[in-house]
Write a protein that binds this ligand. Structure first.
Ligand SMILES: Cc1cc2nc3c(=O)[nH]c(=O)nc-3n(C[C@H](O)[C@H](O)[C@H](O)COP(=O)(O)OP(=O)(O)OC[C@H]3O[C@@H](n4cnc5c(N)ncnc54)[C@H](O)[C@@H]3O)c2cc1C
Length: 415
């Protein structure tokens, strides 16, 4: 069997790039399995790219790089159980269009919907909501192609431990070909956005988090900050006299209403038409999951750092909530969390001293990294922060003893 020649790959923001010896885009599970067998038979390392929206070197390979861009779509709908099986290359926005037509919704989503579903799940991608888990916690089954081309079947109905080991997987157990998700009946969301002074936002924090299904905010140190993340101008919906050192607050709740509001600061629509916002590739993001009880305290320290030491670091700081889940290397493993994300400037700007200082603060709270975003986590940190790290590595070795799915970055952490 021929394996197509490779080429250059880069991620969305352009801070990660490499040359793969071979590149292929199978359009079925059978083709994927045959390519896998051929590649590993030749001793090639194998990685799979989603849509390249991770900031870390988790895709890199000099061996065979696969893309499932030609393997997309809904494969099966189980209406009785509210379960939907999709091809792993399906983009989240294509998936949610199918779900809308079928009368379903995802229970929660992140800020964008352009990731491949397998890519988003592999890193534990999340949205916001104190009672809502990350996207990976919606996975109830997977089919994963192993080094010899055989299929590792994962299902909550047969082996919950295996599911929890692989729900957040970083591509370390093989290439995921199919995913079964637990979905909800279709719902509409009512979104409201407004601006608050930082201190007022901290005072309302607990109440807003308890009262709304989704609560999040961007703290903007400067008036220019919001432009960097394409945030809307809420000066007409502001409780603050300032437009700097303010929080751009967002709450969303399920509603039975369907009529869009006339206000530019409110929106009512099908769930997946409300979750995503717009970003342009001008930033390099770090994000850590902080134990929920330390969220406010940690944010106050990060704010102080920006206002006093890194005054030129003016990207908004995003603050969200995610409920605990049982996935072994999920940032939210058995821990309700607040996520704090900070960004460094565009390509060419040395943002590392700032991000290193943010890491110094957040690691004191026992925070865990988002695997798709910049972090300073080393192997000792993994052992300290993830009680199931050793079990995860052991299972990884049993599925891939020769390390076909490792790369330099992942070998250090999980080899
Ligand atoms: C603008 C922007 C907004 C974002 N918003 C959020 C957000 O709101 N919440 C959040 O939590 N994160 C967010 N992220 C991070 C993003 O969701 C994650 O980095 C996600 O993993 C990217 O998905 P992807 O499809 O681009 O995968 P990639 O970045 O291409 O790959 C991610 C990992 O998945 C693996 N992978 C991909 N496909 C497969 C497969 N079929 N089988 C096995 N492994 C596979 C890759 O090898 C890699 O290890 C954002 C990132 C950007 C750039």
């Amino acid at each position: 069997m021929d394996i197509p020649r490779g080429g250059h790959w880069r991620n969305w923001v352009g801070n990660q790039s490499f040359v793969a010896g071979h590149m292929a885009a199978p359009s079925s599970e059978e083709e994927l399995a045959a390519l896998m067998k051929e590649a590993t038979g030749r001793g090639l390392n194998v990685r799979c790219a989603g849509s390249g929206h991770s900031f870390t070197p988790i895709v890199a390979t000099s061996g065979m790089l696969l893309s499932l861009k030609d393997y997309q779509g809904v494969l099966h709908v189980d209406r009785g159980a509210n379960r939907v099986t999709v091809a792993a290359g399906t983009k989240i926005n294509a998936l949610t269009q199918h779900l809308k037509q079928a009368g379903f919704s995802l229970s929660n989503q992140g800020d964008i919907d352009s990731q491949a579903i397998a890519g988003a799940l592999a890193t534990g991608t999340h949205g916001t909501g104190t009672t809502l888990g990350n996207l990976s916690s919606q996975v109830v089954g997977m089919r994963i192609v192993r080094p010899d081309g055989s299929i590792l079947e994962v299902s909550d109905r047969t082996d919950a431990d295996l599911l929890h080991a692989t729900q957040v997987n970083l591509g370390l157990f093989g290439v995921v070909s199919q995913i079964t998700l637990q979905v909800m009946d279709s719902y509409n969301l009512h979104e409201r956005i407004w601006r608050e002074d930082f201190d007022a936002c901290m005072e309302m924090h607990d109440e807003l988090a308890a009262r709304h299904r989704h609560f999040s905010f961007f703290w903007c140190p400067k008036s220019e900050s919001r432009h960097l993340y394409c945030l809307p101008d809420t000066s007409q919906a502001s409780n603050s006299a300032k437009d700097y050192d303010v929080c751009e607050v967002k709450v969303m709740d399920i509603t039975s209403e369907t009529q869009p509001s006339e206000s530019p600061f409110e929106k009512i629509a099908y769930s997946s038409e409300v979750y995503p916002i717009e970003y342009v590739p001008n930033f390099h993001e770090l994000e850590y999951a902080v134990p929920a009880s330390y969220g406010k305290q940690a944010l106050c320290e990060v704010r102080e750092l920006i206002l006093t030491k890194h005054t030129d670091c003016i990207y908004p700081v995003e603050y969200r909530f995610t409920a605990a889940d049982p996935a072994w290397i999920s940032p939210f493993y058995e821990q309700d969390s607040v996520t704090i994300s900070c960004s460094g400037g565009p390509n060419g700007v040395d943002y590392w001293p700032f991000l290193r200082d943010v890491d110094d603060i957040l690691r004191r709270y026992g925070s865990r990294p988002h695997w798709g975003k910049l972090h300073f986590t080393n192997r000792d940190d993994v052992d300290r922060l993830f009680p199931k790290a050793a079990a995860f590595r052991e299972l990884r070795r049993s599925v891939d003893p020769e390390g076909f799915f490792l790369n330099d970055h992942l070998r250090t952490l999980f080899g």
